[in-house]
Design a protein around this ligand. Structure first.
Ligand code: K7E
Ligand code: CUA
Length: 678
């Protein structure tokens, strides 16, 4: 059997190898200005490559498709990736930074969960403050269920400056500064206990949207489930982003009360629909579960009706209403009551088929694409038609008095794609892509309206499908949710990996699959499988790498990354000291290859110690660590950075502190003693 398989491939392989040799030659010539040591004359190298390549391909049994996939993704040493993907780390509470097309993990950004390598949550004052920002009352929460990363935008395009991500479990948002790829803020939603429809930004990132999920009494008060329809509520929160301060500003933010349907994903309007907001919902049945008492399970109860409601929110008008003070106070936070939202024309519904998931707006803002999890179609709504329907006043209302627009008035098209459609993305060729969870596959389909002329396929029609492995949730295309998608690449974020990788026990990695979407028509190619060893990454965004412009080292020696300004407690070389004031001891320390100054810190049991360390280096990559046993301190002090930590010296004894980054030949000597006298 196996032999037959190889024979079948052999002629194709030979043809491809000729191609590979030609490609390799072109590649070598075009890259000949790369100053790689060891590359000899062009002709001898390319001859060697073609011979080797043939032998390697044969030995490894590579198919022609494998070889083109390899050529499209292989990234030689020192060559940087064209795109960067920011992927949710799921309930690891982190964000992954992945280079594309190589699919190399470049960094993990600590967000909701302490991370020792980055010195995040192990003493460093700024990081402790950030994490504490997400505490709920006295409850320290040190994990998060991250779902949707959102890059900041200017004019509807990623600008590479900020990244937001939500924590579904506790209804929190985080703000990450892309100057240093560090989390600067975690903020708890004051009215909701969980969220889902976040983070989504408005086209100039003036506002960050956080929609709810499982309805509950606002302000997380108690009420019996018997009072579900009267006391339980949905919500959407509109956070003001202060770009100057680099923080979400609760004092200029507000929320809107919604019926107790389970709001799901949201997306902010753009271009023609800028100033509007769209969230889908499910469980408009208002099922309250109780399978153990013979009630219909949530699963069944929330899937009875044929239609749920797309929430259509006039965001610009809602901002005016909130600023006029027509809000009520819930847990210290302004909320536009549902009645006000209805009276002021802020909220409309459009029926959407069957337990929908995902609402994705076309690049020009003209259409809202909704997937029905239990419906094989995507349904496309026209923003113009929605506006006409609102103007016509021709609607019914739901039990709370919210206008429900007529489905036929607002629907532009439906496209049958397959089983379990979830999320959609867009490219530059007039195609949309939708994940099909149940198949599992990714469908390419062609848009109509102004997009029809961008390809030769009939509008509003399925063009092609590619199988993915397995159980795809979100997909992410290069800049695929902006006003100007790039096309080229798409990543399928698959929840099950099953047989794709070595067995590592019952808990398997997720599988990110890179797909080439560069060619029009029925022409999708799977390029690469990337195991992602954290679950469960829901969404990712992919930005052109050259839009990111992070610092190589902090702008000056003595920099505080939490305030992004010079730290008054920084020390330069020669300024180090240990100052005692009663029981309070202040240590002013510097770090440089390969020593800390001072190397002896002598204190007394019961002292309160405030300790500042400045890495006085301005050399790229010259990071020092600082580990202090027992007191649970671990820092990452990057070039130029000043870090502060404090503790009560409750344990006496001798404690060696040391640099935990292998910074130099004498790194092991980069150490010191803290002596705590009883
Ligand atoms: Cu579909 Cu949280 Cu966006 Cu998961 S959600 S897949
Ligand atoms: Cu500094 Cu090792």
């Amino acid at each position: 059997m196996e032999e037959q398989g190889i024979r079948k491939y052999l002629p194709k392989v030979v043809v491809t190898l000729v191609l590979v040799a030609a490609l390799a030659m072109v590649f070598l010539i075009s890259c000949s200005d790369r100053d790689d040591e060891g590359s000899s004359g062009e002709s001898s190298s390319s001859a060697a490559v073609s011979g080797d390549a043939a032998a390697i391909a044969e030995e490894r049994g590579l198919t022609p498709d494998d070889i083109t996939a390899a050529l499209k993704t292989y990234t030689p040493t020192g060559v940087h990736d064209e795109y960067i993907m920011f992927a949710s780390g799921g309930h690891s509470g982190q964000v992954y930074v992945v280079g594309m097309p190589s699919m190399r993990i470049i960094k993990q950004i600590a967000v909701y969960t302490p991370e020792p390598w980055q010195g995040y949550g192990y003493g460093a004052e700024g990081t402790m403050e950030t994490l504490a920002g997400g505490d709920v009352g006295d409850h320290e929460i040190r994990w998060g269920d991250t779902h949707h990363p959102a890059l900041s935008e200017t004019g509807g395009d990623y600008d590479g400056q900020w990244l937001f991500i939500n924590d579904k479990a506790n209804a929190r948002l985080a703000t990450i500064d892309l100057r240093d790829f560090e989390t600067k803020q975690i903020i708890k939603n004051p009215i909701a206990i969980n969220d889902h429809g976040g983070s989504f930004v408005t086209p100039d990132t003036e506002w960050v949207i956080e929609g709810g999920q499982y309805a509950a009494p606002l302000g997380w008060e108690y009420s019996s489930l018997d009072n579900y329809e009267t006391d339980y509520r949905g919500m959407v929160t509109i956070w003001k982003f202060d770009r100057e301060a680099g923080r979400l500003d609760p004092d200029r933010s507000f929320a809107m009360e919604l019926p107790p349907y389970w709001q799901d994903l949201c997306d902010a309007g753009k271009k023609v629909s800028e100033g509007w907001l769209f969230c889908n919902s499910f469980n408009t049945e208002m099922a309250t579960g109780g399978v153990e008492d013979g009630e219909p399970s949530f699963e069944a109860g929330a899937s009875q009706r044929d239609m749920d409601y797309l929430h259509i929110i006039n965001l610009d008008r809602a901002i005016e209403v909130a600023q006029s003070g027509a809000t009520v106070d819930v847990n210290g936070f302004p909320v536009i009551p549902l009645d006000t939202a209805i009276d002021e024309g802020l909220l409309y519904f459009a029926p959407e088929p069957k337990s929908p998931h995902g609402v994705d707006i076309t690049p020009g803002g003209e259409y809202m694409v909704i997937s029905g999890k239990l419906d094989p179609h995507v349904t496309i709504y026209s923003f113009d038609k929605i506006q006409e329907a609102i103007a016509s006043g021709n609607w019914e209302t739901d039990g709370y008095g919210v206008p429900i627009l007529n489905f036929d008035d607002v629907m532009e098209a439906q496209v049958e794609l397959g089983l379990g459609p979830l999320h959609s993305q867009f490219d530059d060729k007039g195609y949309a892509y939708t994940s099909l969870f149940l198949e599992p596959a990714v469908a390419r389909w062609s848009l109509g309206g102004p997009y029809a002329e961008l390809n030769d396929d009939p509008e509003w029609s399925l063009v092609s499908k590619i199988n993915v492995h397995y159980n795809v949730g979100h997909i992410a295309a290069a800049e695929g949710d902006t006003v100007s998608p790039d096309g080229k690449y798409l990543v399928s974020l698959n929840k099950w990996a099953i047989d794709r990788f070595q067995n590592v026990g019952p808990l398997l990695p997720q599988n990110f699959q890179l797909i080439d979407i560069g060619q029009p028509g029925d022409n999708l190619q799977l390029l690469y499988d990337m195991p992602i060893p954290d679950g469960e990454p829901h969404y990712a965004q992919i930005i052109k790498a050259d839009k990111l412009n992070p610092w190589e080292v902090y702008p000056e020696v003595g920099w505080n990354p939490h305030t992004q300004s010079p730290d008054p407690n920084a020390s330069q070389i020669g300024e180090e000291s240990i100052v005692r004031d009663g029981n309070n001891v202040t240590v002013n320390m510097t770090a440089v290859r390969s020593h800390f100054t001072p190397e002896h810190v002598e204190i007394k049991a019961g002292d309160h110690v405030v300790w500042h360390i400045t890495n006085v280096e301005q050399t790229y990559d010259a990071t020092h660590g600082f580990s202090l046993p027992v007191y649970n301190i671990n820092l990452s002090i990057e070039p130029g950075e000043t870090v502060t930590f404090e503790f009560d010296a409750t344990e006496d004894g001798v404690f060696s502190y040391y640099c935990s980054e292998f910074c130099s030949a004498l790194h092991l000597e980069m150490t010191g003693y803290m002596l705590v006298e009883p």
